[in-house]
Every structure is written in structure tokens, then in C-alpha cells.
Design a protein around this ligand. Structure first.
Ligand SMILES: *Cc1c(COP(=O)(O)O)cnc(C)c1O
Length: 431
């Protein structure tokens, strides 16, 4: 694009279009991207940035992937969409078959919806309706842990961290839920059974009001990029059963290999009652989520002859389902475990030197996720400018500079990403 066109585009965008968590009056700069290929984003002025973000956990196989493109094109020539009320289609059925085959065995029923936040709404609704139908009319609240993130719609907001979450201004409007301490026991340390005591106490005290526990298994994402011990979830599973409380896993960020297992719940090897998957379900092509439930939940919801009260317009959108099938076929080729393992190794080596830089609090890696946590919130605008100048795309938030690259990233690209982070920290841009 010509410089003048680019300036006009940026000016119009700045004046009229909201970006995520951004002010309309004083927005952070938005950088025009016109194409993307492999692990690179192409800017309007022709520059290319190495992508360290996978477009927020999604683009696991990189951009403009021939097999994913072909799946979308084949489907679009048949039909882009058809209503799911009273109709089904091969793409939805094939995708459901494939998902059920790779997720924990007790999960046998699928609800397709259109965004992560909506899937959390659906999961919560399932839990509430399940207890309602089985006569436990007092079970109307959720229990969760601090520092979680589950999305931006109202029920999802109610289970995000109440303090550091992005939704404090709605505190008086959203449903009051129960919050236990964040699981403190690090993933890479021996399990400390003490870390379960707070949530155990809350279950003891309030179980009669609690329909479900909702939690991101092993990796707390947007609430702080924290990795905790899988055995915590074993204890939690046992406690939920003891108190007739359903267990919901939000695997929207962790699903499809990111944590080093296909699903993070496979670290402790347990099954939730309800599970949300999204983000990389279509490998970053379009928005699609699935809520999976056990037969106990799915049949329980209709124990009073009721129907499950949800039905999005674009439910099981065929285009999105077709791309998701192609994504799962690529994952079935089983290159991802070695890719993720290699990314973990290079992230660990590449970020390790950051530990000794002043202002850095912690460095941690798990699967294809690398995190540098700083003492204080970083200046996002300053860092973003530095990163783009150095031809990388890394988007820090709060006190976190992190990488979760596409699985297909090359060693050179990945080493370059960690080098640029080191340079930014050495230049003291985070303080
Ligand atoms: C991103 C995310 C969501 C929300 O998904 P959207 O598609 O942005 O609505 C919910 N839970 C977790 C764990 C996420 O990472």
C-alpha cells in the first residue's frame, strides 16, 4: 500500500473502530497487517514481522496453510452456512466424531457455539440447568479460583479474577460467585497438598449453593500466565464428586497441544464434567467453540423433560467446522508433540538469561508457552514500538511479556524472538 493509503487507513481506524481493551479517545497504535504466511505477518508497508503470539493462542499451524485453505474453499463451494435448528450436516458430525475421539472418554456430547466467552456461558448454563432438573434448586452459584480468565460476557466475567480481572467496573452488576485462592503450587515443583485447602474449605462451607467449579486446567492464561501443578486437579475432581458439584474445565487457551499435552487435563489425566474448547480449534481461521459434556450432565439436563436452552444463529457453522476438521487432521499426523517439545526447549534456553535482568520477577515455560514476568506493569506502547522496529510481533500485557508461537516456527525465528525480548529488557524498556 502507498504511504498515503496507509495513513488514511490508520486514521480512520483510530477514529472509528474499537480494538480489544482499548480507548476510543486515546488508543494504542494499531498496526496494519495485509497478509500473513507461515509464521510471518506482512505489514501494509511491506515489512514482515515474526509472529510470537499465534494470534492469541490460535494459529498453531501458521498462517495461510494450504490444507486449511483447501478445506475452507471446498466447504464454501458446497455451502457456507445452514441453520442448525432441525438440520445437521457432515462437517458438524465429522468434527464431533473427531473431537470425541481425542478428548477424555466420559465426554460424549457436544454443543457447538461461536466464541470462547459464549462457550463459558453455555457451560455455566449447563451446570445450572443440570442441578435445576435434578431438584437441587439451591445450587445457583459457581466456585472458581483467583487469577482466572474466562471471557468478557457477563457470566464469564463473574468468574474472572475479581481484582486483577478486566471487569472491576461491573463488580456490582455481575453475579457474585465464590473465589478460592489461586493454585499456588508451581507446575515444575513437587505437589503441595496445602494448595487445595482453601478451595476445599469453600466447598465444605458452601457446596449447597455451588453448581460447579470452573477452572483453567494447569495453565491460567490471560489472568496471569501461571502454570500450576496438575495434582491440584486430581484433588479438585475428588472434592467435586464428594460435594455433588460439577467440574468445568476451560481449555479454550490450552487445548490442542499448547501445554505439551493435547489437552491440559491430560497432565493429571482426569476428566471434567464439562469442557470448553475454542481458540485453536480452527487453527486461527475463524471463530468456533465446542462445549463437551458427560452423559450424566447431558441427560441430567433433560431429567425434568426440559430442553437445553441455548441455540446460536451460527451454531456449528459448516465453514468453521470444515476448517476445524482439517486442523484436527494435521494434529493427527502427530508432528505437534515434537514441535511443542522443541519450542519449549528453545524458549527455556532463550528466556533463561532474562532471569537476572533487574525488574524481572520470574521466567517460566510450559509446552509452547514462554513467559517473562516483570516486577511492574510494562509500558505496552513503548515495548510494542521496539518489537515492531525489530520485526517481531509480541504483545505484552500488564506485567507479562510472553511468547506462544505457531508450532511450525523455525529454530532461527524462535531464537530471534527470544533475543529481541532479551534486548528489550536489557534496554530497560519494561520499567
Ligand atoms: C480467550 C479465552 C476465553 C474467551 O474466548 P473468546 O473467544 O475471546 O470469547 C475464555 N477462556 C479462556 C481460558 C480464554 O483463554
Amino acid at each position: 500500500m502507498k504511504p498515503e493509503q496507509i495513513n488514511n487507513l490508520i486514521a480512520f481506524d483510530k477514529k472509528h473502530i474499537w480494538h480489544p481493551y482499548t480507548s476510543m479517545t486515546n488508543p494504542l497504535p494499531a498496526i496494519p497487517v495485509v497478509a500473513a504466511q507461515g509464521c510471518e505477518l506482512e505489514l501494509a508497508d511491506g515489512r514482515k514481522l515474526i509472529d510470537g503470539m499465534s494470534s492469541w493462542w490460535c494459529a498453531i499451524h501458521g498462517y495461510n496453510h494450504p490444507e486449511l485453505n483447501a478445506a475452507a474453499k471446498t466447504q464454501i463451494d458446497k455451502m457456507s452456512h445452514v441453520m442448525f435448528g432441525g438440520i445437521t450436516h457432515p462437517s458438524a458430525v465429522t468434527l464431533a466424531e473427531k473431537l470425541l475421539a481425542i478428548t477424555p472418554e466420559p465426554l460424549q456430547h457436544i454443543f457447538f457455539a461461536d466464541s470462547g466467552s459464549v462457550s463459558v456461558e453455555v457451560a455455566i448454563k449447563m451446570a445450572l440447568q443440570y442441578h435445576h432438573a435434578s431438584g437441587n434448586k439451591s445450587k445457583r452459584r459457581l466456585l472458581t479460583v483467583r487469577k482466572g480468565y474466562h471471557g468478557d460476557t457477563f457470566a464469564a466475567m463473574s468468574v474472572c479474577d475479581p481484582v486483577t480481572g478486566m471487569h472491576q467496573i461491573f463488580a456490582d452488576v455481575v453475579t457474585k460467585q465464590y473465589f478460592a485462592e489461586q493454585p499456588t503450587c508451581r507446575f515444575d515443583q513437587p505437589y503441595d497438598p496445602q494448595s487445595i485447602t482453601d478451595i476445599q474449605r469453600q466447598l465444605e462451607l458452601y457446596h449447597e449453593n455451588i453448581a460447579a467449579v470452573i477452572i483453567e486446567p494447569v495453565v491460567q492464561g490471560a489472568g496471569g500466565m501461571w502454570f500450576y501443578h496438575g495434582d491440584y486437579l486430581k484433588d479438585l475432581r475428588r472434592l467435586c464428586d464428594e460435594y455433588n458439584v460439577l467440574l468445568i474445565f476451560d481449555e479454550i487457551a490450552t487445548g490442542f497441544g499448547r501445554s505439551g499435552k493435547l489437552f491440559a487435563c491430560q497432565w493429571p489425566d482426569i476428566s471434567p464434567d464439562i469442557m470448553c474448547v475454542g481458540k485453536s480449534l480452527t487453527a486461527g481461521y475463524m471463530t468456533l467453540v465446542a462445549v463437551l459434556a458427560t452423559t450424566k450432565v447431558a441427560h441430567g439436563i433433560s431429567a425434568d423433560s426440559g430442553v437445553f436452552m441455548h441455540g446460536p444463529t451460527f451454531m456449528a457453522n459448516p465453514l468453521a467446522c470444515a476448517v476445524a476438521i482439517a486442523n484436527l487432521e494435521i494434529l493427527e499426523q502427530n508432528r505437534w508433540p515434537a514441535q511443542v517439545e522443541n519450542i519449549k526447549k528453545l524458549l527455556t534456553e532463550g528466556l533463561e538469561p532474562c532471569k537476572t535482568i533487574p525488574g524481572v520477577k520470574d521466567v517460566r515455560t510450559l509446552g509452547a508457552i514462554g513467559v517473562v514476568e516483570t516486577e511492574n506493569p510494562v509500558n505496552v506502547a513503548k515495548l510494542q514500538e521496539f518489537f515492531v522496529k525489530n520485526n517481531v510481533w509480541i504483545r505484552p500485557f500488564n506485567n507479562l511479556i510472553y511468547l506462544m508461537p505457531p508450532y511450525i516456527i523455525t529454530n532461527d525465528q524462535l531464537n530471534y524472538l527470544t533475543e529481541v525480548i532479551q534486548k528489550a529488557l536489557q534496554a530497560n524498556l519494561h520499567q
